[in-house]
Design a protein around this ligand. Structure first.
Ligand SMILES: Cc1cc2nc3c(=O)[nH]c(=O)nc-3n(C[C@H](O)[C@H](O)[C@H](O)COP(=O)(O)OP(=O)(O)OC[C@H]3O[C@@H](n4cnc5c(N)ncnc54)[C@H](O)[C@@H]3O)c2cc1C
Length: 558
């Protein structure tokens, strides 16, 4: 018997088949060959909520229930004969969100996570079925709010936005409670002496209470990195899981390398903050950055790459090989080869008091969340590149008016033609050329802005509460200290861009010249936006990720 239990509404047929497929006898036999048959009693708990996901179960007879732990123990879904448990945590090795227990007496096939990953890599039919089901089930859990995390905060507080973004971009379902609208929650916090600086408060698994946690503390509390052995010497350590790093992980792991990715916030990088990428090959109607990142991260993990989240690289220990990445607390992650894919950070406008309004009226990404905050209001987008263009077009769907402030005389040299056309055609978008934002004011939240018309020098003030700054980026290379040759702006030089004097200063020790994407240190590569001369596009970052792997193989055999 296979039913989706209330309260969730029944899903449409074909989609249900893909989320909760029933295995054919031949497929069952292939799984049975790597698993162990065992009986299950009614009410027997096979996996506790919050336990690391190390086993998958296929029902032979009887029924398994997936239960959301709560006062009433809500059954989220039930699996009958031929169906299997598991969702995205089977790939990542993270902790499960719900409990799995016997619904009636029966028999199951139990498969360890390692055996499942090996099966996925060798059996393409089962691989497709499992991958699709795991990813769709995670989306389903998010949609149905099956979560073990509650965030109490305000949408006007920078920390709340950061925590919400961290959980969302890492695909972790969570419930937000808005202190500005739910006075009951605020009273509760007051009673427990939770000060404004402690917001947001995050409650995980109903037990751990975190006050304004860092990304690292949140990742630790949710066990994001529990499955990762941090002492093992890897073939390849990749720093940064934007499009470049993810592509390198997919190609590296699929070609048999032992790969670890280290990511400070969430997979996807800058692309993950893009509402819709329309010029990436193979997606004629566009794809959201979040979606692209989630797919790529699952793909890399399917091939065995591991992803460490919430941990920024602090230093590259480059004095001897194997190199090691230092990630704080004195921890070192050794790797025979290293790929640096740390991208670039948004440039901040040189305006007094800017930091006060970051997250409270000043934003560096225009996603669905920010669009909701300024629905029906006037907004400003600062910048003339593609990211500014995309933000303007996207925000114009919900905002009353979008002012695009352009320092130069137009967009033709800096923005793709298709975006320029959309901006020109949109009645709600107004372009202001030769114009710069010069002041921000407000009490807590941004309330007024001033912009200057450069030719006349006149300054206008407006009651506008939302500013999106999209003015380019600086490379994330400060942590590298003096390990590698950088260009004047701090981007990493590679391959033919390395001049003889760069190699002499770096004491390049080999007879051969550096490979195409290799830095001034043998076996250390730089790809994507962080590389000097890179194109600042998703597709070129992805391409560089794949090219670098060919050279990594050569270096590992040197
Ligand atoms: C809003 C927006 C829209 C865009 N739209 C498009 C588009 O439509 N088409 C297109 O082709 N391009 C687009 N781009 C550009 C594209 O997103 C970038 O070129 C691309 O993301 C670069 O990929 P990357 O992997 O090199 O770097 P990034 O995407 O910047 O990723 C770098 C990653 O490294 C991590 N990191 C940084 N430092 C450390 C550290 N010390 N330790 C660990 N991790 C670290 C960061 O957290 C980040 O996740 C857009 C950019 C933005 C901002």
């Amino acid at each position: 018997m296979t039913v989706v239990a209330p309260p969730a509404p029944p899903l449409p047929g074909p989609r249900t088949d893909r989320i909760y497929p029933t295995l054919e006898p031949g497929q069952l036999a292939r799984i049975a060959a790597v698993g162990r048959r065992r009986s299950v009693a009614r009410g027997e708990v096979l996996v506790e909520a919050g336990a690391q996901t190390v086993r998958l179960f296929v029902v032979v007879t009887g029924r398994l229930d997936v239960v959301r732990p709560s006062a009433v123990d809500e059954v989220v879904v039930s699996f009958g004969p031929g169906m299997f448990t598991g969702e995205a945590t089977m790939l990542s090795g993270r902790r499960g969100l719900a409990q799995i227990r016997g619904g009636v007496d029966g028999e199951v096939i139990e498969v360890s996570r390692d055996d499942l990953l090996a099966l996925i890599q060798s059996d393409s039919e089962l691989s497709t079925m499992f991958m699709r089901a795991f990813i769709l089930r995670r989306l389903e859990l998010i949609n149905r709010n099956v979560s073990d995390v509650v965030v109490l905060g305000s949408p006007h507080c920078q920390g709340t936005l950061r925590v919400h973004e961290f959980l969302t971009r890492n695909g972790h379902p969570h419930t937000m409670l808005d202190l500005d609208h739910d006075t009951g929650v605020q009273e509760l916090l007051d009673r427990f002496h939770v000060a404004a600086a402690d917001v947001p408060v995050v409650i995980t698994c109903g037990e751990v209470v975190l006050r304004n946690p860092t990304n690292r503390q949140l990742a630790d509390a949710l066990g994001f990195n529990d499955a990762i052995n941090q002492t093992q010497v890897r073939d390849l350590v990749i720093v940064g899981a934007g499009p470049a790093g993810l592509a390198a992980a997919v190609y590296g792991a699929s070609e048999g390398l032992d790969v670890l990715m280290v990511e400070a916030t969430a997979p996807g990088g800058q692309a993950g903050a893009s509402s819709r990428i329309e010029n990436y090959l193979g997606f004629p109607t566009g794809i959201s950055g979040l979606d692209l990142a989630a797919r790529a991260a699952s793909q890399a993990q399917k091939f065995g790459a591991q992803l460490m989240i919430g941990t920024g690289a602090r230093r590259l220990a480059c004095e001897r090989r194997p190199y090691a990445l230092e990630i704080g607390d004195g921890q070192r992650l050794p790797g025979r080869a290293v790929i640096i894919a740390t991208g670039a950070e948004y440039r901040r406008l040189p305006i007094d008091g800017l930091a006060r309004f970051e997250g409270a009226g000043v934003y560096y990404a225009a996603t669905f969340m920010e669009a909701q905050l300024c629905a029906g209001e006037e907004v400003i987008v600062v910048g003339a590149g593609n990211s500014a263009g995309q933000a303007a077009v996207f925000l114009a769907q919900t905002a009353r008016r979008v002012h695009v402030l352009i320092r130069g005389g137009g967009l033709a040299d800096t923005m793709s033609r298709y975006l320029i056309r959309r901006i020109e055609d949109h009645p709600a978008i107004v372009r202001h050329v030769h114009t710069e934002l010069v002041s921000l004011a407000g009490n807590g939240h941004l309330e007024h802005v001033g912009w200057r018309d450069n030719p006349s020098g006149s300054i206008e003030t407006h009651d506008i509460r939302h500013v999106f700054t999209m003015t380019g980026a600086v490379p994330s290379t400060r942590w590298l200290e003096s390990c590698l040759a950088l260009d004047a702006k701090g981007f990493i030089k590679t391959g033919p861009d390395l001049l003889p004097e760069d190699l002499a200063t770096a004491r390049w020790p080999l007879a051969r010249a550096p490979h195409l994407l290799e830095t001034s240190l043998p076996g250390v590569f730089a790809i994507g936006d962080v590389r000097a001369g890179s194109l600042k596009r998703v597709s070129s970052a992805v391409g560089e990720g794949s090219i670098a792997i060919a050279a990594v193989h050569q270096v590992l055999h040197e």
